[in-house]
Design a protein around this ligand. Sequence first.
Ligand code: ADP
Length: 264
Amino acid sequence: MVFFGIDIGSTATKGTLVNHNGDIVYTTVEAIGTGTKGSARVTERVQEFAAQQGVSIQMTMATGYGRFSYVEGGLQKSEISCHAKGMFYLLPNVRTIIDIGGQDVKAIRLNNKGQIVNFVMNDKCAAGTGRFIETMAKVIDVPLAQFGDLAVQAVSVASISSTCTVFAESEVVSKMSTGISIPNLIAGIHASVARRVVGLVRRNGIEPDIALSGGVSLNMGIVTALEEELHAPLFVSPFSQVAGSLGAALYAKELFEKGNGKTL
Ligand code: ADP
């Protein structure tokens, strides 16, 4: 018996299966988000895995920006609740979650039971989001997956003062024309994102442990830049990217155990 959580984000679709003990038995990520075939592909892979293992999916919970368009299962839960649930499960000492997704940034405070105390979100501006980093990766023509490795080679951090993505893009282009090294430039891009994100997180108050969820957690350059800005360690789990879908799967399991089929 397994429980399926699907996180249909703005940029990527994530799926997680947990078993009756809450152990993660399968995760999958499709790098396309809401309004695409992402949710169908993730669902297909999850169903295939369950069939191969001879287990049945008892309940499905959808979260993320595209959750209301997901009809299978019919249950939805907000991504704030699901990221909180998933990250607290992965790192029980977490009290402040920073979730950097494709198009928004959230800071969520938890108590020692994993309940949400408060949260703050920026979804009005691309600066400080995964989209900002993706735009810069295109401008400097370096694959996003290499950003983390290149950032550690920086000798000095380029100063990027524009807070707006459009102006920052021009700033990066003009810096490139001066022959600045790519690692220094990437470190500057990360520092700019970190300043922006930590400004938001501070508004909500910070209590350790602090942890990062969302796809940007794959970028170790951002993790380092955030730690420098926070003056504190930032915890990342190997499952941080799929934390929302994990939380959704755990909610599905809880709901099944309560024998209650209503939308939470
Ligand atoms: P959403 O839930 O809004 O769809 P995610 O939490 O899945 O967003 O995060 C998407 C972001 O993750 C992308 O914008 C990108 O910046 C980052 N990302 C995804 N894969 C990688 C990778 N391999 N290396 C670095 N960053 C990545």
